[in-house]
Design a protein around this ligand. Structure first.
Ligand SMILES: Cc1cc2nc3c(=O)[nH]c(=O)nc-3n(C[C@H](O)[C@H](O)[C@H](O)COP(=O)(O)OP(=O)(O)OC[C@H]3O[C@@H](n4cnc5c(N)ncnc54)[C@H](O)[C@@H]3O)c2cc1C
Ligand SMILES: NC(=O)c1ccc[n+]([C@@H]2O[C@H](COP(=O)([O-])OP(=O)(O)OC[C@H]3O[C@@H](n4cnc5c(N)ncnc54)[C@H](OP(=O)(O)O)[C@@H]3O)[C@@H](O)[C@H]2O)c1
Length: 794
């Protein structure tokens, strides 16, 4: 092709349109992606319509072998074996980034190849050295400028190609980094060719003198230095280690480089391309500013309420000044000026609701009636934010300093972004989350449950949520939303199965720890929503295999969690390609773990629970207070076996206990609670061997003595017996004492009381044992009553 040398009168050649070919090719690729995206959307829409017309989803289950192979080997495939999202680490600390997918790598290689091919094609190879250097210089410099619009476009949050092509910001960001690298290399080649060309004509001193004295060269040099500095400071290790500093320096260097480049290109046609780039940048910044103003300034301003939850997590409820119709999977950028003026961070919207509290607050505030009832209710976007090193750490620190660990702050929210992929046309959906990644699937779950109620909008007929957490008390993160979800009318009657499976990966070796604030919602679930709690990591291959066996319609697997989890799920999905539609939606943007301990207070202490230690009893879930596998037994303490016998229930027969929300770790009352001093005393303790799982062991129930006026379940414990033999379950219970347990007489009976309720307490405790002891590997048909004194005479 050669470089067009016919100049513009200033010694420089005019722009050769052939040099814009990479841009045309890119536009062509974007066009192809757009057509594919439209094709996918149309297919999903047709599928949804078809299913809503006629419930049979079978015909939408099948996939052609060729399509399955394409997904397995191209679309979902990691570049090499299985690694994609797991961060590469050097020396266990330096984050070296992730490996792109095969498809992404193909696009990147294509882009790089395009640049290289055009670079070499444009050179007139037989030309003499000076001419060649000139052409090299021109081609490299020109290509660098031609790449700049794509560089800026792919960096923007408001990149219009994101919704148009359905490609995530994250993927564009990968492209942005590579375009930046290509531009930096082209700038260096440009400079090297200038120097090489001049070196034939002048000495190095003269070249240096010229470079530092002619404004044209100074600007070029400054732009080059800027690009090279960006090349190095944007390296993964530096970027991740000091993200905020990276970001601000990056923007400063970019501004410096573009300003210098602008003057360097003065009077050249390429300046017009740069003008286009600057306009793109300006539009993106203007869109951000406009969005910030629109979303946050209305009759009221946006505010955030922060509440500290276990394990360095904060729940942030943002009352928006202006809201929008939320789509599952969307995220916002949050600014909290009191934590940093210029920083904003992306967080998934986990939950949306209407803030009635604020309205009530207003009503009681004594404002004029118009203000009180005239204003619209405020919509609340809730986030779960995990403390890391920068902004999030500051947020948690600030919240912890307030009394009660809750504070209200002025906030700004920018967005929404994301939510590109609707799952509503799938019959079967598997939502997989790791740790704080739950924010993503919980919004889908909320959407599905609402859609169950109005099934016209969704083909989803089968949903499983699989959530892997480190500790059982992480369930409190979503505790406040679960009752709303579980009591949703669609789940009470629905035949659409939802199942929830929690996996807890607490290490079994830490033995001295306990759950700080357990709060499971497992037993809140309606009967048709099974909730299981499992220990260890899930086997995704097995889970997918099972899901495929009872697949309804097309299946979507959505994963959001640590990189390694994303990779495992990806592998399992790829292995299951073929026969039926299994699509993967990988929402995870892996954030490397903090480089240091967050220093936000003591680390959460977690119970070491083996698969056999948690007992779900229907109305409560209990975990051991003491014991471990090396001792050979566990002690479950203070299990409530009857309702608190006070108020109307004083002098009444014991009643079955109510449902308890929190996991009972034995600390409801003192370990040695006794009925002589506390009326809330109807608890029992159970000692069970550690290896009892799957057995049906005989049960010994101990009734203490004390003349019906003293004594407690804690008087005699079975450690000594266990030292001899552990093939039994030991139970000790409390019964009411003194006047509350043994009151008698016509007046009591006349007023509706029951005589000698202590005996009923004992009877109730035995009934409880028969009902629940199987959960502890006890045999309800082999119960032996053992007692002392009053306990033996009952
Ligand atoms: C789409 C999306 C949704 C997310 N949703 C949640 C969520 O619901 N809950 C949650 O706890 N976390 C979420 N994250 C992660 C969250 O954005 C980061 O944990 C947070 O920005 C870290 O900020 P920091 O300054 O405290 O941490 P730092 O320790 O300073 O940074 C840790 C890492 O976070 C990333 N990061 C930092 N600042 C930004 C930024 N401004 N933009 C993008 N990445 C950044 C960088 O990779 C950095 O290495 C989400 C991330 C993305 C991309
Ligand atoms: N929309 C989004 O893009 C979005 C939203 C929120 C969060 N996130 C991302 O989600 C991630 C979650 O962060 P986190 O710090 O809360 O997670 P974490 O605590 O590191 O891990 C959560 C749980 O996942 C388990 N796990 C790790 N790898 C696994 C694997 N291969 N298979 C099965 N289980 C595995 C962990 O087990 P161990 O105890 O054995 O480690 C742990 O129990 C972050 O990268 C975050 O940025 C993304």
């Amino acid at each position: 092709m050669g470089v067009e040398l016919a100049g513009l009168g200033n010694g420089e050649p005019s722009m050769n349109p052939a040099l814009a070919t990479p841009l045309y090719v890119l536009a062509g690729v974007v066009g192809v992606f757009f057509v594919c995206r439209m094709g996918i959307l149309i297919r999903h829409r047709r599928r949804l319509r078809g299913i809503l017309r006629n419930e049979d989803q079978l015909k939408y289950t099948k996939i052609s072998e060729c399509h399955a192979k394409f997904k397995r080997h191209v679309l979902y495939a990691p570049l090499f074996s299985t690694r994609h999202n797991r961060e590469l680490q050097l020396m266990g600390r330096l984050h070296m980034g992730t490996i792109p997918l095969r498809f992404e790598a193909g696009v990147l290689l294509g882009y790089i190849a395009l640049n290289i091919v055009f670079f070499f094609c444009l050179i007139d190879w037989p030309a003499d050295f000076q001419e060649k250097m000139f052409q090299f210089k021109y081609a490299a410099g020109h290509l660098a400028v031609m790449n700049s619009p794509a560089l800026v476009l792919t960096a923007g949050r408001n990149n219009p190609l994101i919704p148009l092509l359905g490609i995530s910001f994250d993927a564009f960001n990968l492209l942005h980094r590579w375009i930046g690298r290509i531009m930096a290399v082209e700038a260096v080649v440009h400079m090297a060719c200038v120097v090489a060309g001049k070196a034939r004509l002048m000495s190095m001193d003269e070249i240096t003198h010229m470079m530092w004295n002619e404004t044209f060269f100074i600007y070029g040099l400054v732009a080059l230095i800027g690009f090279v500095l960006i090349f190095f400071q944007a390296m993964s290790a530096l970027r991740h280690a000091w993200y905020e500093t990276f970001l601000h320096l990056h923007i400063l260097l970019a501004v410096m480089s573009f300003v210098a480049l602008w003057y360097h290109l003065k009077n050249l046609v390429q300046q017009r391309v740069l003008l286009g780039t600057v306009i793109l940048w300006g539009l993106e910044r203007a869109a951000r500013a406009a969005c910030l103003l629109w979303r946050n300034c209305g009759k009221q301003f946006t505010t955030a309420t922060v509440e500290v939850l276990p394990a360095d997590v904060a729940r942030v409820d943002v009352a928006m000044a202006r809201t929008w119709k939320f789509k599952a999977g969307q995220y916002l950028y949050l600014y909290i000026p009191s934590l940093g003026l210029w920083t904003s961070h992306p967080f998934s919207v986990a939950w949306t609701s209407t803030d009635r509290a604020d309205v009530n607050e207003k009503r009681s505030s004594g404002d004029s009636l118009n203000t009180l009832i005239g204003g619209p209710q405020r919509h609340k976007m809730s986030f779960l934010i995990k403390g890391r090193d920068g902004f999030t750490k500051k947020l948690l620190k600030k919240a912890r300093k307030t009394t009660g660990g809750s504070l209200k702050l002025t906030a700004l929210a920018e967005g929404p972004f994301g939510g590109l992929h609707s799952l509503s046309s799938y019959g079967t959906v598997l939502l997989i989350a790791g740790g704080i990644g739950i924010t993503h699937p919980i919004s889908y779950l909320h959407e599905f449950v609402n859609a169950f109620f109005t099934p016209k909008h969704s083909a989803v007929r089968q949903v499983s949520l699989i959530w892997v957490v480190r500790s059982i008390d992480h369930l409190t993160w979503i505790q406040s939303w679960m009752p709303t979800l579980m009591s949703h009318p669609s789940l009470q009657t629905s035949t659409i199965p939802l199942s929830i499976h929690i996996y807890i990966t607490a290490p079994q070796s830490t033995t001295d720890e306990y759950v700080t604030s357990p709060n499971p919602w497992a037993h809140h679930a309606p009967p048709n929503v099974p909730v299981t709690i499992n220990w260890g990591k899930p086997d995704f291959t097995y889970i997918l295999e099972n899901a495929k066996m009872c697949q309804v319609g097309a299946m979507a697997v959505s994963v959001c969690g640590p990189g390694a989890m994303g990779d495992d799920v990806r592998r399992a999905v790829r292995e299951r390609q073929g026969g039926t539609v299994v699509d993967l939606q990988h929402a995870a943007y892996p954030i490397p773990p903090p480089t240091s301990s967050s220093g936000l207070g003591p680390p959460i202490r977690i119970e070491v629970l083996t698969t056999n230690t948690v007992r779900t009893l229907g109305y409560t879930t209990v975990i051991p207070t003491a014991g471990n596998s090396s001792l050979g037994y566990y002690k479950y303490q203070n299990i409530r076996f009857a309702t608190v016998p006070t108020g109307d229930l004083r002098f009444a027969k014991p009643q079955w206990p109510p449902v308890e929300e929190a996991i009972n770790d034995g600390t409801l009352v003192d370990a040695d609670v006794n009925c002589a001093s506390t009326e809330d005393c109807l608890y029992l303790d159970i000692w069970a061997p550690a290896n009892a799982h799957g057995k049906k062991l005989p049960v010994m129930v101990w009734s203490y003595g004390g003349g019906f006026t003293s004594g407690s379940k804690s008087d005699n414990t079975p450690e000594g017996l266990f030292a001899l033999n552990k093939e039994f379950i030991f139970v000790a219970y409390n019964y009411r004492l003194g006047i509350t347990g043994n009151a008698n007489g016509p007046r009591l009976l006349h007023e509706g009381g029951t005589s000698n309720v202590a005996l009923y307490d004992a009877q109730h405790a035995f009934q409880w044992v028969r009902k629940y002891i199987a959960a502890f590997a006890g045999d309800p048909n082999r119960i032996t009553a053992v007692g002392f004194s009053a306990g033996a005479s009952k």
